[in-house]
Design a protein around this ligand. Structure first.
Ligand code: JB2
Length: 223
């Protein structure tokens, strides 16, 4: 007997962005039978084909694709310390009517009660433990550890190998650099940046940068 899943055609998905991070997201989407990567959207890669998937155009083609019936997307731009563009694209696309899919690698360990918002990507080897909430359009990158009862805000970015001990709160749009460690219970404010390799033992206020071991706060623009 044919299952209902086999009868349902896969959902076409656009990847917005076509850089290194986008190719990793594509690799994950290809393991999800319900999703069919339909193309990349990236003004810097027009006319190219990446891993067999075409770059359809820049953001100006999105309204026509929506009108033609392609309605699902994922923001596949990475971040090197600034999640603003990811947030802007997500917010604009949602307002225009796009739905967002999640991309969760088969090797990620995600506890059964973890809630994951639309558009979020969880990369290979990441661990997200019990009681954690992950917002929309967030990234938990390769091999990151998000321990029990953490809260990861919308648009936040947890880089490869970062370790968030239990009950850490990562604010909206905050960026945690590669290999950083955040002590249990620490709060990382909205749009804050934690540098690669930092060890955070105190709360980090919104909008600041924190670097080093132990992490020290720098206010952008201040001397
Ligand atoms: O507004 C935009 C836009 N802004 C940048 N719309 C669309 N559709 N695309 C946009 N982009 C595209 O994102 C750029 O044209 C570029 O092709 C892509 C970003 O690619 P890039 O390879 O520069 O970086 P990445 O974001 O994929 O990955 C970076 O960050 C990750 C965290 C790299 O540094 C990775 O190595 C790193 N793992």
């Amino acid at each position: 007997m044919t299952s209902q899943a086999a009868l349902t055609p896969p959902t076409d998905v656009l990847l917005i962005g076509a850089g290194g991070h986008a190719r990793v997201v594509l690799d994950i989407l290809r393991t999800q039978p319900a999703l069919a990567p339909a193309g990349f959207i990236d003004p810097s890669h027009r006319g190219e084909t990446l891993l067999g998937v075409p770059v359809i155009g820049g953001d100006e083609v999105l309204p026509a694709l929506l009108a033609q019936g392609t309605m699902s997307a994922i923001i596949a731009i990475g971040s090197t310390g600034n999640c603003r563009r990811r947030e802007q694209l997500f917010t604009q696309c949602r307002a225009d009517g796009w739905a967002f899919v999640t991309a969760i690698h088969a090797s990620a360990v995600v506890a059964p009660d973890v809630s994951i918002g639309q558009g979020t990507a969880i990369m290979a080897g990441a661990i997200v433990n019990i009681g954690t909430t992950v917002g929309e359009n967030a990234v938990i990158n390769t091999g990151a550890v998000v321990e029990h009862d953490c809260v990861i805000g919308d648009h936040a970015y947890v880089s490869p190998g970062a370790v968030l001990c239990g009950r850490v709160h990562v604010g909206v749009g905050a960026f945690i650099g590669a290999g950083a460690t955040i002590r249990q219970g620490a709060q990382i404010g909205d749009w804050a940046v934690v540098g690669a390799g930092a060890v955070v033992i105190k709360n980090v206020p919104p909008g600041v940068m924190a670097f080093g071991v132990p992490a020290r706060v720098m206010v952008p623009g201040a001397r």
